[in-house]
Ligand binder design. Structure first.
Ligand code: GLY
Ligand code: MN
Ligand code: MN
Length: 437
């Protein structure tokens, strides 16, 4: 059996079990609809319902539907309009076609008739409210969603293949971006080099690229791309991914320009700790502990670099001195969404696994299971507003502000890999490093 067909069989099994456990007999999934800007005739970028693209490698297919029933082939209602204004979806093709019962519709409303025989009083309909058609109103039952979201944290072999491919697609972009940085190009030109090398456009990136030179690397979600190159390019942070069949990669690299040795040494120290953190991705490990471990490792880097002096690493963590330098979470679940769902679930029945107190930006609090893909993205930044807080704190005297001022010209560092957890006792699979290698 192919990896895809095996994946489909797994989803069917999960869905049948989830339907039965929650008192449903049919699962309908709406791909979603195109939405228009207020008073305008231009649509926003279409984002497919992730439940839909979990089953089908169809990422740009609004107004389509999927019906799942126990013991039956999934039915795909495939919207392919007769449209001369746009390029309509091509004729259904790919391995999925033979695995489903296919119904092609030309108008969105035809979906209601194409699914009429699937509707029962116990039908679960997953989708955004706007996707509703007469008789097909999304009800998104919470208990069912919990089961599906929990299971989605663990990837099938097919999904891991897509995610490896999404890494391989991003790597030439990162290499091209680094080369453009070393040539002294602008953020906008670096971004364009990334797009060309990955074959992406801004429309189909899994998230907006973060391309920051110098101090801009200190802005966690820096959203601009300057067209003018800076007078001097000292440092470069790029957070950019790719997607394949609806699965994302999410990769960050930080580079120092030649001759900027102090910052290069700081990057090397962060890379050493980042690789150590990747190695902590093991089955059964509580991801919250990897986040807390990051703070201890950042403390070591701060001490070795002479940024903080006269405090033990433990004291730095306990007193919150690492937080202004590392003010985000160590990472998140990755897959059909860049920040994938289910990160805070206490169990497959729902509930919340709390964040460690005082760590509000952590996005994953579950124990790791084999087959989960997570990011490991420690950072060390010089963020003016957070440093002002530190300067006003009782620990200001432990900070060497001359070193901070020197390093602030580089903005900061983030190094992000995508990592698959393997079975107990096995080292993790670093999807990102494998692709770069
Ligand atoms: N690119 C967003 C993130 O790293 O979470
Ligand atoms: Mn990222
Ligand atoms: Mn990330």
């Amino acid at each position: 059996m192919s990896l895809y067909l095996d994946h489909l069989a797994t989803l069917q099994r999960h869905a049948e079990s989830a339907l039965e456990r929650t008192g449903h007999d049919t699962l309908l999934i709406a791909s979603g609809i195109e939405k228009y800007a207020f008073l305008d005739d231009r649509p926003y970028l279409f984002q497919a319902n992730p439940h839909f693209k979990h089953w089908l490698p169809l990422t740009n297919h609004p107004h389509s539907w999927l019906a799942v029933r126990p013991g039956k082939k999934p039915r795909v209602v495939y919207y392919q309009p007769d449209d001369y204004w746009h390029v309509p979806p091509s004729a259904p093709s790919g391995e999925w076609v033979d695995a489903v019962e296919l119904v092609v519709i030309r108008e969105p409303e035809e979906a209601a008739a194409a699914l009429a025989d699937c509707i029962t009083p116990r039908t679960a309909i997953l989708g955004e409210a706007d996707a509703a058609l007469p008789g097909l109103t999304p009800n998104n039952p919470e208990a069912l969603l919990n089961l599906l979201h929990w299971a989605r944290g663990v990837k099938s072999p097919y999904e891991l293949e897509q995610m490896r491919a999404a890494q391989r697609r991003a790597v030439p972009g990162h290499n091209a971006a680094r080369a453009a940085f070393l040539r002294g190009e602008s953020e906008a030109a670096i971004h364009r080099a990334y797009l060309v090398a990955t074959g992406h456009t801004d429309r189909d990136l899994p998230y907006s690229n973060i391309v920051g030179l110098n101090e801009h690397a200190a802005v966690l979600h820096y959203q601009y791309q300057d067209e003018s190159p800076p007078a001097e390019s000292r440092s470069f942070l790029i957070d950019a991914g790719a997607q394949v069949n609806g699965y994302a990669s999410d990769i960050t690299r930080t580079w120092a320009a030649p001759g900027h040795d102090e910052f290069a040494a700081l990057i090397a120290a962060m890379e050493r700790e980042q690789l150590g953190l990747v190695d902590e991705v093991r089955e059964g490990v509580d991801y919250r502990n990897i986040h807390l471990s990051t703070h201890r490792r950042i403390a070591r880097v701060l001490r070795e670099a002479g940024i903080v002096n006269g405090m033990s690493d433990e004291a730095m963590v306990a007193e919150g001195v690492t937080k202004p330098f590392f003010p985000h979470g160590i990472g998140h679940l990755l897959g059909l969404l860049v920040h994938d769902v289910g990160g805070f679930m206490a169990s497959e029945d729902g509930g919340v696994a709390d964040k460690p107190e005082g760590h509000r930006y952590l996005r994953l609090t579950r124990p790791l299971q084999a087959g989960m893909v997570v990011t490991i993205e420690p950072g060390l930044y010089f963020i003016p507003t957070l440093l002002r807080g530190l300067r006003a704190s009782p620990h200001a005297a432990q900070v060497d502000w001359d070193v901070v001022d020197r390093l602030s010209r580089y903005g900061g560092i983030r190094i992000e890999d995508d990592v698959a957890c393997r079975a107990a006792g096995e080292a993790p699979e670093n999807l990102t490093r494998d692709a770069f290698a």
